[in-house]
Design a protein around this ligand. Structure first.
Ligand SMILES: [Zn+2]
Ligand SMILES: [Zn+2]
Length: 383
């Protein structure tokens, strides 16, 4: 064993390492208040050019943004192609989008809104048949206005009937991806188990589609249901409401298969990888009848950042699924509560309300750097 090291060099090395790590972290390097630039091109990258656009303007590319909003239900299907004019319909659609995602309701394409629109997301619409599955304004009284019960169902509230509580799923199309079958089986087994733990539903893998209630497949581009996939990022997957049972994933994504642990980062923030299990847990929510939630931490929130793992049901998800199927008597909870700050912000739908994007705290990292530096300086001086 080596001789004991002097504390001074160790302290200096530690100080340098901590300061380097803090300064090099993306949060420290990135100025607060600006949208995070996308690290990888995605089908919606051109929306960045529309940042700052507002009512009354005409700008090339606005028609494509209207296509996007139409796809997710915020604008009706156009009879011909959309124009590049920023009209009142677009302003109203953007305001609804901003309310759903807990953004400042400006009706304009401010940087935070554009940044949120670039995030990879589920292909299932947020507004179905003109009614927002994420909108709480119709029932925003008492408890729900304070941020509880923000989960939603599909219109009509379809669910699996009481005599179908043991559902079988089959992985029917995986030849377009390179993940081996055993790893895939593990991912989906864990994803279904998250929902089974909270409810009376049971799931088992079946050998073939003929034996299955739910079919899972990876497809590239158009695949016969009118919901073509769009290559890397953009839409990642979609699933149909009960009792359809179809669950499709975009074969073009850089799917990451991680371990069996809980929420964590997967691949890191600089990665273009999308955590398969996280997306699977979300889409299973749709297969069981849940729509999108406005609660940012919830599994049923529509977007997921690359390199992120989010597999644990939040209170909002649990309440949603239990109101459809009842609770599992063995369910011990163990669910992270919904962030109250996120919820209160998301229920604030007044026009021009002051809000900030969750997770961006200006000056936070700088303050830590100064504090650690002062502490270490004091330790060195007292040696
Ligand atoms: Zn979804
Ligand atoms: Zn599909």
């Amino acid at each position: 064993m080596g001789a004991p090291t002097s504390p001074l060099p160790v302290l200096l090395a530690t100080a340098a390492a901590i300061l380097l790590a803090l300064v090099a972290s993306p949060a420290a390097a990135f100025p607060a208040g600006l949208p995070e630039p996308p690290l990888f091109p995605n089908p919606w990258s051109a929306f960045q050019n529309l940042s700052g656009c507002h009512m009354g303007e005409e700008r090339a590319g606005l028609g494509k943004l209207k296509d996007y909003l139409s796809h997710f239900g915020y604008l009706p299907e156009p009879s011909s192609s959309f124009s590049d004019a920023f009209d009142a319909d677009l302003e109203a659609a953007i305001a609804t989008y901003q309310r759903n995602f807990g953004l400042n309701t400006t009706g304009a394409l401010d940087p935070s809104t554009v940044s949120q629109m670039l995030a990879p997301r589920c292909g299932v619409a947020d507004v179905i048949n003109g009614s927002s599955t994420m909108d709480r304004s119709s029932n925003a009284t008492s408890a729900s206005a304070r941020g509880r019960h923000l989960y939603a169902y599909f219109p009509g509230g379809p669910s699996w009937p009481p005599f179908r509580r043991e559902l079988r799923y089959a992985i029917t199309a995986s030849s377009a991806i390179s993940i081996d079958k055993a790893a895939l089986s593990g991912v989906f087994e864990r994803a279904f188990a998250r929902w089974a733990a909270a409810t009376t539903l049971r799931f088992a893998e079946a050998e073939s589609a003929a034996d299955a209630d739910i079919t899972i497949g990876f497809y590239a581009g158009a695949h016969g249901d009118g919901e073509a996939f769009d290559g890397p990022l953009g839409t990642l997957a979609h699933a149909f409401s009960p009792t359809d049972g179809r669950f499709h994933l975009d074969a073009a994504e850089a799917w990451a298969v991680s371990g069996s642990g809980g929420d964590d980062s997967s691949g890191g923030p600089g990665s273009a990888s999308v955590d398969l299990e996280s997306v699977a847990v979300h889409e299973i929510g749709h297969l069981l009848g849940l729509g999108h939630s406005s609660v940012q931490g919830a599994i049923m929130y529509p977007t997921i950042r690359t390199g992120t793992r989010k597999v644990e049901l939040r209170q909002d998800d649990v309440e949603g699924i239990q109101s459809l199927y009842g609770s599992n008597p063995d369910f011990k909870g163990g669910v992270a509560p919904t962030s109250p700050s996120t919820s209160s912000r998301e229920t604030d739908s007044s026009l021009g309300a002051v809000g900030a994007r969750p997770g961006i705290v200006s000056g936070g990292v700088g303050g830590v750097v100064v504090a650690v530096g002062l502490l270490l300086l004091q330790m060195l001086l007292t040696l």
